[in-house]
Design a protein around this ligand. Structure first.
Ligand code: NDP
Length: 310
């Protein structure tokens, strides 16, 4: 019986996936939602938002792929408990995130937001330039994205550190792990970058208590997920001078509604969740490789540990 791979996400990108499948996995019947064909043949589903009744609709489903890097949009309780879930780990997402965070860090490092405000006031006032090795970068989350960002930032000579749940060892990066090392990590961080997945443990983690442990005047680059940030705490930290600037690519809710206080703060710089996006051609190639791994009984890249939520 032919195997169907069903794609339920942006249909324009889906057509690019279809072309990659046609060339490199012609034996698979690639279909774009809502053209599901025979539901009994659907063994693989790639989705941003899977259908609610996934188990009854596709009784032979074997793997659920997220079409994006995160899986926080999935309601795990509604998924069959043993269904493997795979997040998107592909070079296009990594490149986009490295570009975005590098731009944000360099911009903060070289006081570009301050110069924008000075320009608005028609002020010509050079600020002191701090060497990169005296700027301490700290990345929350040492996964595929956090590590790629640090590899790039190290090249500029920044003083780099990272924090994660489990212990990592990365050349040229001071690695901190677990709650007991969070305070030490924060105390040495001038520019904090959040690149953690949204889970019960990370919801609301960017809050007043955390900001208070950063050196006064530290800056935030938030590229994780909106609900990790307590907006009122950020506004208060900026108003008190505890934080100097915040670059937010993610907010809660998204889109950020007109009139929201985050829009109007002069030290908050918002982009509409564009730091990085799945690139259809490289994503489809990665998924085809994962299908090969799955069939061969090898571990798939990006397999989610459902007990951890990422
Ligand atoms: P990974 O799963 O590869 O890495 C996650 C990292 O976060 C790991 O190092 C993990 O620790 C750490 N972590 C998770 N939970 C905790 C915790 N409670 N305490 C401390 N550390 C924790 O994810 P990626 O690097 O691929 O992606 C990270 C996130 O970036 C995504 O989940 C998504 O939310 C966001 N993202 C945002 C995009 C945007 O456009 N703004 C685009 C793409 C992704 P450990 O290593 O110990 O497991």
């Amino acid at each position: 019986m032919t195997t169907t791979f069903l794609y339920k996400s942006d249909p324009v990108r889906g057509r690019q996936w279809a072309e990659v499948f046609r060339q490199h996995a012609p034996d698979i019947d690639f279909r774009i939602w809502p053209d599901i064909g025979d539901p009994l043949r659907v063994r693989f589903l790639a989705a941003w938002e899977p259908p609610a009744d996934i188990a009854t609709q596709f009784p032979h489903l074997e793997v659920l792929f997220s079409s994006g890097a995160g899986v926080d949009q999935f309601n795990f309780a509604a998924l069959p408990p043993t269904l493997p879930v795979v997040r998107m780990v592909e070079p296009g997402i990594v490149r986009g995130m490295v570009e975005y965070v590098t731009h944000a860090v360099l911009s903060l490092h070289r006081d570009i937001p301050a110069y924008r405000r000075q320009q608005q006031a028609e002020q010509w006032r050079p600020l002191p330039v701090r060497p990169a090795n005296e700027r301490r970068i700290g990345v929350l989350g040492l996964g595929s994205l956090g590590q790629a960002v640090l590899a790039q930032l190290k090249g500029f000579g920044f003083d780099c550190a990272g924090w994660s749940r489990s212990r990592h060892a990365i050349d040229g990066v001071q690695c901190f792990a677990g709650q007991e090392e969070l305070a030490a990590f924060l105390a040495r961080t001038d520019i904090l970058i959040c690149l953690m997945p949204l889970t019960d443990a990370t919801r609301g983690v960017l809050n007043a208590a955390l900001f208070a442990q950063l050196p006064q005047g530290a800056a935030l680059v938030h590229v994780g997920r909106g609900p990790q940030l307590v907006s009122d705490d950020l506004l208060a930290a900026l108003d008190s001078g505890q934080l100097s600037e915040a670059m937010l690519d993610v907010t809660d809710p998204e889109p950020l509604p007109a009139g929201h206080a985050l829009w109007r703060h002069p030290r908050i710089h918002i982009t509409p969740h564009i730091a990085s996006m799945t690139q259809p051609l490289s994503a489809a190639a990665v998924v085809i490789d994962n299908l090969r791994r799955f069939t061969a009984g090898e571990p798939m890249v990006g397999l989610v540990d459902r007990s951890r939520g990422y």
